[in-house]
Design a protein around this ligand. Structure first.
Ligand SMILES: [Fe+2]
Ligand SMILES: [Fe+2]
Length: 351
């Protein structure tokens, strides 16, 4: 994957260092993060989230021409830590009401988690995709979703080594499904890639990074913040559970939207696959993983709720930004950055 294009002072400094074009002054950058004014919306800021996304990607597949050893560079980690602390504080503040209500609620852990998924106001993105989205908007939707779905489930694999007993076995079972249950062609990442291909889009890993706004990158950044910190493993699993528990019905709606628009069956098949799979995964995640972790260590309950609320909130911001753009008659993607491939979309879906 190529390095992305800079979006401001933080990403410029990090991308310059990764390219080998200059040193990384982590102390100055940490000061810059600490001094970010209230005018910078850290929840969705383009420069902030591209910088974090770039640093996290060093733990996955890295970048062409960038030394892999940047992954554990202490100066880069110093900057990442400062940015994570800032983002964590914003998320804890933004979700505190729902986490508090879940802590006060009665019932077992899965019951309270399912209730939490109803509590956090979401963006009606899947309903829009089902009933109203144009083909062009659907193409944009696929580009946004490619940021996570081309590495779907890889983040949560970092957590397996940190679990034991019932939660570990349940996460392995869930991941086995996500990774194709022994069939490479059923790997969920590959199913999504096929959907991109038949839309005439690029299924190359990271192809649409430059088009993705901060609100979209934030969804994977929050996930990475949780999965890469052992101290936040319970938040990572609450996050996973909320993802799975809010996937089945929305996937049914998006698959309906694919058919309404006459898109190739391969596009809908990714979403079809998740209607049943995620109805099982939500049980595994909320009951066996989250419930099991809290049974072993009751003090993790707040983290589980926080992770779930953080996921729901990040998706609401990302989906809300997409809907706002479309309702205002503009693209939900960043502009002026080139496009790796939408030109053949009409041709692809017409054939
Ligand atoms: Fe999946
Ligand atoms: Fe799933």
């Amino acid at each position: 994957m190529h390095l992305p294009r800079e979006r401001g002072p933080l990403s410029s400094a990090v991308l310059t260092a990764l390219s080998g074009d200059g040193p990384l002054d982590a102390v100055a950058l940490v000061e810059r993060v600490t001094a970010l004014s209230d005018e910078t919306d850290v929840l969705v800021d383009d420069d902030f989230h591209l910088t974090l996304w770039t640093m996290y990607e060093l733990h996955y597949r890295g970048f062409d021409g960038v030394d892999d050893d940047w992954e554990w560079d202490p100066e880069l980690l110093r900057l990442r830590h400062a940015m994570e602390e800032r983002l964590l504080a914003e998320y804890r503040f933004a979700t505190s009401e729902w986490v508090h209500a879940s802590m006060e609620a009665t019932g077992d852990v899965p019951t309270r988690l399912f209730a939490l998924t109803e509590m956090v106001p979401g963006a009606p993105l899947s309903s829009y995709m089902q009933r109203e989205a144009s083909r062009e908007e659907f193409v944009e939707y696929m580009q946004h979703k490619s940021i996570y779905h081309l590495k779907e489930s890889d983040p949560q694999s970092f957590v397996l080594a940190r679990l034991s007993g019932r939660p570990k076995v349940a996460l392995a079972e869930l991941q086995y499904d996500e990774y194709g249950a022994g069939r490479p062609e059923q790997l969920h990442q590959a199913l999504f890639a096929k959907g991109l291909d038949v839309c005439g889009l690029s299924s190359e890993y990271g192809a649409y990074i430059d088009l993705a706004p901060g609100s979209t990158l934030a969804v994977t950044n929050v996930m990475n913040l949780f999965v890469l910190r052992r101290s936040l493993a319970a938040a990572a699993m609450g996050h996973l559970g909320a993802f799975e528990a809010t996937s089945s019905e929305p996937c049914r709606k998006v698959a309906g939207g694919c058919r309404r628009l006459g898109l190739p069956d391969l596009v809908a098949s990714y979403f079809d696959e998740h209607i049943e799979a995620d109805a099982v995964h939500e049980q595994l995640a909320f009951r066996d993983i989250c419930g099991g972790m809290v049974a072993e260590r009751p003090e993790l309950l707040g983290d589980v709720f926080f992770g779930a609320a953080a996921y729901l909130f990040s998706e609401a911001l990302a989906g809300g930004a997409m809907l706002d753009a479309w309702r205002e008659g503009r693209s939900s993607l960043r502009s002026g950055t080139g496009d790796p491939g939408t030109a053949s979309f009409e041709t692809a879906v017409a054939s």
